[in-house]
Design a protein around this ligand. Structure first.
Ligand code: GAP
Length: 495
């Protein structure tokens, strides 16, 4: 049985050491979260796997890091100063603030994220919506810019913002990297780091945070020149079926990439690679869909936009965790105009500003998705999580702490710890130790017992089935390697 409420899952995450609200001892601050010792390991391995997977799509996809604070003029050029807002409505009686689209959604049950200030104002009047907290009258709808403003310099001489997306720092590096990468295009620049949004009403836990982690890959290319290259790459994904929901559809369908040939090849290729990441790395298949956003739903900079949505019980259904955005030449053109620096490159006998396709992932939402889909209760409480992502991949126990078993288990632990994320647990009964590892998603438990002392073998227990196999210590590392790399199944080693 999976956990069904957010409160239930949040409480488990707190107890076990994954995630909880930040500044907890002072009562907490909405929209900010801490990762505990297990959460941090899970997040780190997710980020490593993300980098490994997406940077290996092309040898010209690279990693960069840029600051969290950006000067005013950067975000003015990008359009965020003018457009990066949500509709805010305050209650005339209690003064509490609400996101206009959420007020409408709560009554209609339909997404209102695409609605502007005037549409929301009219809907609130038409539906006679009052303050959800005190039932008082609601005030006027206004645009609220979600960026956190900061003063740069001791006297606040210059204005800046905490970046609302990691993308802008990457775009500014385009001309330098273009030269450093010897004018080789297409190229990709990925980054992983925090983004900040002063959300009006952070709700649904880590789903809507004020500081969150993004993993984004920006790919720079010239459509007229590089279309042919991406057409060729489509052969690589020709037999892939992906769960797509086009605008106007009311449910997802598994379709081949041929059935979305109205989209450009560079878009289809990366969409199917994103699905491959979810299928092979996060091991999510049924509870995922790639939903196309209509022009009203898309952000101001996007020409084509599909969101990756995962069906999360704890959040009440399908929720966005990532997106694939075709941003055209919008960002580089804006920065060219704002900075007066050339962003164009020689192409087709003239100068052209490259286009950008962006793979944008919210790390925290993906971590939550793993926990939501993975936690099970029933005969035992356990977390199923892919071996490559699990906070600990292996736990080592002595059956008892006497007769040399403790020392032998330490030896085994030291051997495995350099190769796998390994935990050594010597306290409590063996049953309790298995239960503890089940609760935190450790896929394999290795036990040192009396037979180990006789014949140098140990048992490996698999979390999914709770079955055990006995293997010699000399083969232990190789077997665990094959299991965690998915080269072999546990079943393959059963007698
Ligand atoms: N650079 C493009 C961009 O930022 P976005 O759709 O606004 O696009 C990308 O954000 C991803 O960041 C989302 O798919 C989501 O996973 C995550 N995200 C956005 N706002 C968030 C928030 N307030 N809390 C947690 N994650 C968020």
């Amino acid at each position: 049985m999976v956990m069904t409420t957010r409160e239930e899952l949040e409480s488990v995450c707190k107890r076990r050491g994954f995630i909880w609200q930040s500044s907890e001892i002072y009562g907490g601050e909405a929209g900010f979260y801490d990762y505990g010792h297990l959460g941090a390991r899970l997040k780190d391995s997710w980020e490593e796997q993300w980098k490994d997977f997406f940077l290996s799509l092309d040898q010209n996809y690279h990693l960069v890091y840029t600051p969290n604070i950006l000067p005013y003029r950067v975000l003015e050029s990008s359009g965020h100063v003018e457009h990066f807002s949500d509709v805010l409505i305050k209650c005339n009686r209690c003064g509490n603030s609400f996101r206009g689209d959420h007020l409408v959604e709560d009554v209609t049950g339909e997404s209102a994220e695409w609605m502007g200030k005037d549409e929301i104002k009219n809907k609130v009047e038409e539906l006679n919506i009052s303050c959800p907290d005190c039932k008082g009258d609601l005030g006027d709808a206004e645009d609220f810019n979600m960026m956190f403003e900061v003063d740069i310099g001791p006297k606040g001489e210059r204005k800046g913002f905490l970046r609302p997306e990691t993308a802008q720092g990457t775009y500014m590096n385009f001309p330098r990297e273009y030269r450093a990468l010897r004018r080789n295009m297409p190229f990709g620049l990925a980054t992983v780091g925090p983004a900040f949004r002063n959300e009006i009403s952070p709700r649904q836990g880590v789903y809507r945070m004020r500081e969150f982690q993004q993993a984004e890959l920006q790919i720079f290319f010239i459509p007229s020149i590089h279309d042919a290259l991406f057409e060729e790459r489509l052969e690589e994904v020709a037999y892939t079926e992906i769960p797509v929901m086009r605008t106007g559809d009311d449910m997802k369908k598994m379709i081949s990439v041929d059935e979305i040939k109205d989209l450009p090849a560079y878009y289809i290729y990366h969409l199917s690679k994103i699905y491959e990441f979810y299928k092979d790395i996060m091991e999510i298949e049924g509870d995922i869909r790639l939903r196309e956003l209509s022009s009203e739903e898309r952000a101001f900079y996007n020409k084509i936009h599909f969101d990756v949505e995962i069906n999360m019980k704890s959040l009440g259904g399908w929720k966005e965790v990532a997106g694939l955005h075709y941003r055209s030449d919008h960002d580089l053109s804006q920065h060219q105009e704002g900075s007066n620096k050339k962003m164009s490159v020689p192409a087709d006998g003239e100068r052209k500003v490259p286009h950008v396709i962006e793979l944008s992932f919210g790390v925290d939402r993906n971590i939550w998705a793993l926990l939501d889909l993975g936690y099970r209760t029933g005969d035992r409480d356990w977390l199923t999580i892919p071996d490559k992502l699990a906070p600990y991949q292996v736990a080592v126990f002595p059956l008892v702490r006497k007769d040399g078993l403790l020392e032998k288990s330490e030896e085994v632990f030291n051997k495995l710890n350099t190769k796998f994320r390994t935990f050594w647990d010597v306290s409590g009964s063996i049953g309790k130790r298995y239960a503890r590892q089940d609760e935190i998603g450790t896929p394999y438990c290795v036990t040192v017992d009396y037979d180990t002392m006789e014949e140098d073998s140990v048992t490996i227990r698999e979390i999914k089935t709770t079955e055990q196999i006995r293997v010699s210590i000399t083969q232990l590392e190789e077997i665990l390697q094959k299991l965690t790399e998915k080269e072999k199944l546990f079943d393959d080693y059963m007698g």
